[in-house]
Design a protein around this ligand. Sequence first.
Ligand SMILES: *Cc1c(COP(=O)(O)O)cnc(C)c1O
Length: 425
Amino acid sequence: MKFDSKCLHAGYVPENGAPQTFPICQSTTFRYRSTEQVAKLFDLTESGFFYTRLANPSVDMVEKKIADLEGGVGAMCTSSGQAASFMSIVNILGAGDHFISSSSIYGGTFNLFAVTLKKLGIEVTFVDNYASESEIQKLIKPNTKAIFGETITNPSIEVFDIEKFAKVAHANKIPLIVDNTFATPYLCRPIEFGADIVMHSTTKYMDGHAIQMGGVIVDSGNFDWEASGKFPEFTQPDASYHGVIYSKDFGKSAYIVKARVQLMRDFGCAQTPMGAFLLNQGLETLPVRMDRHCSNAEKVADFLSKRSDVEFVTYPSLPSYKHKDLAEKYLPKGYSGVIAFSLKGGRKAGQVFIDSLQLASLVVHVADIRTCVLHPASSTHRQLSDKQLQESGVTPGLIRLSVGLEDIEDILADLQQALDKAMKA
Ligand SMILES: *Cc1c(COP(=O)(O)O)cnc(C)c1O
């Protein structure tokens, strides 16, 4: 099946007389007839559902679909994107370990890496997305266990050079983890470029309708934990499961099985059956939505770039975009719906612009079917001075615009009237 068909049919094939649509299995637990069988489930010598924190048929179906869409061997849904980022790292790193992350990443991920993981004894070094292979190599230490980056960065709209980072990761026998939230597997499939693990905030385009939180981790199955020699947790017996050896007993699925049976068991940030159902609803129309997000955003970027009150617009379709080669290589179908732009009038103009919008909504969200905006200087970054803003890469007039699926004429008319008011302010 081609990608668009998989969005509708992968993960669930109804049997004769079974429901046509993905059923919601609203049960916390599953009944068995013998203690012997339950014992086998607990020893991981047999697979089956027994408790929804670990696995549930509805969640399983959407996990199979996402694994297929990304081209991986398995996937695990989580209660949020933050949970997925956290578990994608701690499944391979522990206290005393180090990893490298692109510095252009989602603010929540930045805080998780720089502050919270540090408290747990995991150290990160941030690197510029455009650093050379040798510059990245210089940051590798004996205890470096992973590299992390975002396909399209939130909110700076840079494109992560997956092949470059994969090359350095693999030369050092460590995996590359890619957050593919903004691109979705429709626009980019990071595994094809060498990513070993892919994760998402499914809260964004995958769901797409702003109705439920979620995250997912996908295992490519390509990383050779045994050949690396750096990951004893994968290649030596796990006492909590009677000596299971993940790389030996689960082969290509070692990473994703370990994430589920150790981390989901212990942390419990599971997706719900209802959440999985809603996520699946979103995935069914992903290709159609993404095409329209991309084409609407291109038109909006073009419109903004022609206005004299706009300081700059960052969107890969524009001739002014700095790294067009990367955008064209990794995102041949389009660049998603998210645009960053800045008003010459600074903080005040940004505020008046947002307050004057009628169709586009002010929400702390992005990648939704409805056009939405955020002005970091008056919201998420409001406690920072103009100087501190510049240092964190956010100009006072920066606006993150997430272009929705409304008629393009309505979107442009709304932006135009709000910009005109901001200009006069
Ligand atoms: C929103 C977001 C996250 C965090 O996901 P939540 O579902 O909000 O927890 C992670 N990465 C990126 C790129 C995001 O946009």
